[in-house]
Design a protein around this ligand. Structure first.
Ligand SMILES: [Cu+2]
Length: 142
């Protein structure tokens, strides 16, 4: 399951993303993370939810046809909580090319949420490792 990791991470450092070559649509999609209710969080409840946080939530769906969204750009700020909510119809591994990196293993039928922060400006790819597709490009601003 983790055989592609080393290469991927190396590739990430060198090429800014191991799904390099994916076309990333530019600013065509308005990235308005609608404040959808994340009330029904099954599993681990957010323990230290900062009150009044302006976190960004990205909903990801992994289907047999590939991930959705695909190459979407999402702007976040350094230190801002980013929550990925992954709903999987197929088994996959979602890999956030941050430092430290984040990986989310999912099985069919699962919904997994993970919150993390990015402490460096730049671009961070979120990839589906089964399809090698870029799901989201996080554009991290100071
Ligand atoms: Cu990766």
């Amino acid at each position: 399951m983790r055989t592609t990791w080393a290469g991927c991470v190396l590739g990430a450092l060198l090429l800014a993303g191991c799904g390099a070559g994916e076309d990333v649509p530019d600013a065509s999609t308005s990235s308005t993370p609608s404040a959808t209710a994340t009330a029904t969080a099954s599993g681990t409840p957010p323990t230290s939810a900062t009150p009044d946080s302006e976190g960004v939530t990205v909903e990801v769906r992994l289907t047999a046809d590939g991930p959705q969204p695909r190459g979407k750009r999402v702007k976040v700020k350094v230190g801002e909580p980013v929550t990925l909510t992954v709903t999987a119809e197929v088994a996959d591994e979602v890999h956030v090319h941050s430092d430290p990196e984040v990986s989310i293993d999912v099985q069919p039928g699962e919904t997994v949420s993970r919150t993390f922060t990015l402490d460096r400006p730049g671009q961070v790819a979120v990839e589906s490792h089964e399809t090698h597709a870029t799901i989201v490009q996080l554009v991290v601003r100071p």
